[in-house]
Design a protein around this ligand. Sequence first.
Ligand code: ADP
Ligand code: MG
Length: 702
Amino acid sequence: MPTDYTYLNTPIEYLRTVGPARATLLQRELGIFTFGDLLEYYPFRYLDRTRFLTINQITETNNYIVTKGVITDIKTVGEGRKMRLTAYLRDNTGCVELVWFQGIKWVKDSIKANTEYLVLGRPTLFNGTYNIAHPDLELVKPEGDAVAQSFIPIYSSSEKLKSRGLSTKGISKMMAVLLGDARGKIPETLPQYLLDRFGLMGREQAMFNIHFPKDRAANEKAVRRLKFEEIFLMQLEYLYAKTERQQKSTGLVFNHIGDNFNNFYNNNLPFELTGAQKRVVREIYSDMRTGKQMNRLLQGDVGSGKTLVALLCMLIACDNGCQACIMAPTEILATQHFANISRFLENTGISVELLTGSTKPSQKKNIKERLQKGEINILIGTHALIEKDVVFANLGLVVIDEQHRFGVEQRAKMWTKNSVPPHVLVMTATPIPRTLAMTVYGDLDCSIIDELPPGRKPIKTIHQYDNDRLKVFGFMRRQIEAGHQIYVVYPLIKESEKMDLKDLMDGYESISRAFPQPQYQISMVHGQLKSDVKDYEMERFKKGETHIMVSTTVIEVGVDVPNASVMVIENAERFGLSQLHQLRGRVGRGAEQSYCILMTSQKLTTEGRARIKTMVDTTDGFKIAEADLKLRGPGDLQGLQQSGVIDLKLADIVQDENMIRVARDTVNEILAADPQLTAEQNSCLKRHINKKRSKINWGRIS
Ligand code: ADP
Ligand code: MG
């Protein structure tokens, strides 16, 4: 079995038929730098010659279908930029129109009139006939002596690529050249005993059968094998890093609890910790005292008291002669943490500072100087904390408060300034499903706060349509009479900021009319306001001087007003589930019964309706997170995928949950027996790790 990656690491321009120009295109458009990268550019779908619809069987729109017929009437229509190429595909049951808007010349030259084709594409209904734009075509009778392949791969390609000969067929030809040369040169990445145990196809065979499947069964086996490889190797990277960290004794030893912690705990803590908070603090402490660097994820629902846990851990750092910091994703959140933590630490002698992008330069300079001298104990801030010139005297604990915005590698890079790495605690804003945690935070240990502070009544969530607004106003009036305060929140979506602001202003006006002064006082806060105005309005609401807070999602995180008992969310269908859950978490903090009212229009998409129903049905953040993942599906995880947080080509973290678990358990079992992967049978795994870690990847450099 080959063990040498030289062939796969060859830069793509050396592949016959590619050359420098196409190589550049492949690099830019598809991120393909080497032979190995091309090999892992998998088809996203297959055209099955044996399974097609007759034209009159086409019913659905926007789903991929395969149909068969003779192409006729190829002609260009329109001129200049409006030019398009059309043709008809006919069989004896009917006819569909085929259209191309781009690459017209190339398509026109390559299709043959009055010839039978298999066509793959997504039909749309237009003026009573079906219409397929930019279909993929295959001759029913291949030219020459070529044997008709029954199962044809379809690669995703851009118009730019198509016009340069890299349509799905072009890519397929390139793949054929590559695979033709590659026999015997594709190293196996999984040990033989795993192939045997899970009945997996060898890697080389799988590569052939994912790109040029012999038949459906072989293809399915190939996909399963490569999917398993993808998941397994990802888990291997995470867990190997974790094992390695645990074996190197390079962590700071926090082995005592001193005055800072004790004084705070005994004198300043305004309430008893919940059982879950206590347990989690113990977990974190026992991790920080081992002499190994801690990398831990702290999960807990909104309002479960994560900030306090973080604070207690930071005090332990102080007790052991170290500084600590919290990094928040937004300035509002950082400011909020700063306000809360400063309040908690009043009269303790612990010095806390805030550093964000908008800290004044003179103040910044002062903070940096004192930080370096060790005069600041706790620093709170945004990304500004990881700028080069922010130097701690002795940083011992980093708390990252985030909504999965950093990948494993990004996290690892962050604190390399220190000779001994600080302990790291990552807090999620809302719970995340287990599979997502395993894929995004797979290298971290996990602590979960699964209990809310006592005395909180579950929030009642109600769905109302816009035209029932008067009823809602009536309800709001009664709540105000009972002495409570109310949030009314409007969505703010970046792309249409102006329109959103208008929604907010219109809403504010109608609320002002329904709740006239001086009987009612209303605050309004949105992103366009100066921060002192914002603070002033927030403050008035906090003090109970205003009854209603009309705002955009700026209040999503942070503000804590126990007397607020109603959260009205306008255009609730436009919010994502985790956002809705965060917003709802703003109420229900006092002893009174709280309400969340979700206002929507009557027209809801199926998915929008499902989101609202989930919110009405449950207040459990873990259940909501699961539902969110299922509803949005992996497609919407693209943000995570693009930011490099999740890099999966074949696997789907919802559908392949089971495989993810099996792979993770298997990796754990292997590493328990052979933590350094020195056993001969694991040599290919060790090679994978080394390959991932070697800084130089020649293909990417050239
Ligand atoms: P999270 O960040 O987990 O959403 P916070 O840390 O903001 O939650 O805490 C929510 C609220 O609950 C805050 O007002 C906090 O002071 C309060 N709180 C935290 N722990 C307790 C507790 N053990 N008992 C009562 N209230 C608590
Ligand atoms: Mg919080």
